[in-house]
Design a protein around this ligand. Sequence first.
Ligand code: HEM
Length: 493
Amino acid sequence: SLLRRAPPIKEMRTRLAAVKWGLVRDFSAALRQEVVVTDRVTAHHLLVRGGAGGAFCNRPPTSAASAVLSGQRHHNITSAPYGSLWRATRRNLVSEVFHPSCLRLYAPARRAALCGLVADLREQCTSKSNDGVALAAESMHAAMFGLNATMCFGDGVDAGLVRAMADNTEELIWSLVGVRVFAALPALTRLIYRERWNKLAALRRQQEELYLPLINARRGRRRRPSGEAPAYVDTLIELLVADERNSAYGGNASSRKQTLTDGELVGLCSEFLGAGTEPPTAELQWIMANLVKHLDVQEAVRTEIEAVVGVDAEEVGEEDLGRLEYLNAVLMEALRLHPSVPSVVRQVMPEDHVVLDGRRVTTGTIVQFQLECLGRDKTSWADPDEFQPERFLASGGGNVVSLVAAAGSAGEIRMMPFGAGRRMCPGMGVAMLQLGYFVANLVREFEWTEAEGDMAVDLEPHVEFLNFMRRPLRAKLTPLNKGVGGSGAFSDQ
Ligand code: HEM
């Protein structure tokens, strides 16, 4: 009978969903044109030397929750079209919290985050039940998120609230892939994927409920005494932006200036927490995983620290980092081989003039620059797939490699893990500082070796919205107790 032959309801739903997804995917792919650039000369020409004629500074519509839910009207720095909102919010980030004079004021917050991380790892690896193995990935993520929450909202945010924000951020980030269906035909896809849309809206509501009380508490504060680090949100609350928010893609900004809306404040804080936590944590895992796989390199980092900082120093201080050439070479080599952001994306606008293989690329086309390919280019590196930090030492001639590609014709791109051109990552300086400080002290506090079985390090990538390690980092840690009095500077935190 028909009833007997009909597939079970659950299976029918799955089949229906597959058909729906297939239709939408094919339709959006047909609407969207994409080209991929893997050669570094073209990347330099288009992104840095102005070879696209126009600014070539827009990204395609984003999957960030606030942008999707508002029909691409509410933006953060990453998603803002090239124009006054982008300029004002980016300048604010770079010239306020990320200005070197301000960044210095966050040193106690970085030290507190590192202390917490070391104490957590020490507890895990000395616990009898763990056999010396620590869930390093989770611990690093919690430390990095906590640090960013302090920089964003100021000191003293309740630990439970920080955890709730971390969970919410993670859920929103993992929803990014599914949310891509709303990039094309949002009115229709919203109906087809009602559940997905409702889930996204609920996560965003929850985010507002978590962030707005913290934002409003900062509004009522008296001006901070000089010498106290501003919270990122303080600078956003004070920020005035020329009012072009209703004109698409950077039309003429009116002379009227406005403060940011609550929705924009929440979106910008969310971006700070997400962009400030996820790529640096993924990169920290890649670096430590390579040090687990290359014990000679790990030992060389430790030897350099002992020679430069001394055996009895309490910690590797931030002021020591500039003198640790080998440590810096390790960071550069990990970023070259495993850039945690897999690609840089631009969308061709009418005023851009992008020519590839002798043909003009049509307006609306998405141009993707693959960062791992660019960093492993055979014309630029010997043995490009090998982990060899020595290539970045002055003795190997590698100290001249810059993360910021110069614009002149003599400039070139040899790697671009932080992107290139006007929209290059504004967090590069802070990321390099945090990575150097964390890696140096983690190597000094513990010996890192490989755990067994499915806890072993797997250097295969798993590329989603970020370039993750296929398995999150686990390692066997042995405390080295190198700190003052042989008890470890961080052991009592
Ligand atoms: C290892 C750490 C990091 C890596 C590998 C990384 C990588 C990148 C890349 C590749 C881009 C795209 C650049 C382009 O399109 O040319 C980007 C953009 C961006 N990053 Fe980072 N990033 C890191 C850390 C951070 C941190 C700590 C922040 C701080 C909040 C941050 C905030 C941003 C923002 C706001 C943008 C958008 C910039 C714009 O559109 O003007 N990133 N990042």
